[in-house]
Design a binder for this molecule. Structure first.
Ligand code: ARG
Length: 254
């Protein structure tokens, strides 16, 4: 029995020593750069302009990092891999339009929100505008998103088709494989403007959400350092300038 306890303790110590440990604010600052993961397929928030990551969130994160005295090393991955990688300490922070939900809050620590928005209905049929209009309809959404979660809750919807990328969910609508696409309101507005010939129309919100970056669960020092710098950007006009550039309005949570 005694021997068993010793082995159990040793095993535990070994596990603790090898388990991925999130880098604290101090450690990140000592290294001079923060490793940030995003998706890169969600314009205008995070997308590729040629080989370069661009978008509102990319610029917000770079602005915040600069105020923290840090350079940024970017990683781009599938949406599904992003929050899981925080637990494995593969990157320090994720910024990819994640809505703050109870379920996600159990797995990661969210920062203060960098914008407020919601999932909205997009359709080619002017008769499909409201949640009630989705009754008996096929709806496309991106896998792993709050759009999927919230559309699933609508009992009248005939079927929710999910796609690894939001742009594929959009294509499904444009090619009439579904009746409606549910996505972020600003993503929808920009897709509609960029493809005037497609005939997409913006309908009502299905739900609203606060969008924030995330760090590994319990990495309070890094979250606080980020929040302080974000708050500065929100008061000194630099956040407002970025928001105006991308949306022609201020998208911060009111
Ligand atoms: N706001 C939605 C969510 O919280 C969608 C985010 C999608 N982000 C992306 N980079 N594709 O799940």
């Amino acid at each position: 029995m005694k021997r068993f306890k010793i082995w159990a303790l040793l095993a535990l110590a070994l596990w603790a020593a090898t388990a991925a440990q999130a880098r604290s604010l101090d450690e990140v600052q000592k290294s001079g750069k923060i490793v940030i993961a995003t998706e890169g397929q969600f314009p205008p928030f995070n997308y590729f302009q040629g080989a370069k990551l661009s978008g509102f969130e990319i610029e917000v994160a770079e602005l915040v990092a600069k105020k923290m005295g840090l350079g940024v090393e970017w990683k781009a991955l599938g949406f599904d891999a992003l929050l899981a990688g925080l637990r494995q300490d593969r990157w320090d922070l994720v910024i990819a339009s994640h809505g703050v939900t109870e379920e996600r809050t159990r797995a990661v620590t969210f920062t203060a929100p960098h914008y407020c928005s919601g999932g909205a209905i997009v359709s080619l049929d002017p008769a499909i505008r409201t949640v009630a209009d989705l009754n008996g309809k096929l709806v496309s959404v991106q896998t792993g998103t709050t759009y999927l979660e919230n559309v699933r809750k609508l009992s009248g919807v005939k079927e929710v088709k999910n796609f690894p990328q939001d742009t594929d969910a959009r294509s499904a609508l444009v090619s009439r494989r579904v009746d409606a696409w549910v996505t972020d309101k600003f993503v929808a507005a920009i897709a509609i403007n960029a493809n005037p010939g497609a005939g997409m129309k913006l309908g009502d919100f299905v739900f609203i959400e606060r969008i924030a970056a995330a760090v590994a669960k319990g990495n309070q020092s890094l979250a606080q350092g980020y929040n302080k710098a974000l708050a500065e950007a929100m008061t000194d006009g630099s956040y407002a300038a970025l928001s105006k550039k991308y949306f022609n309005e201020d998208v911060r949570c009111k």
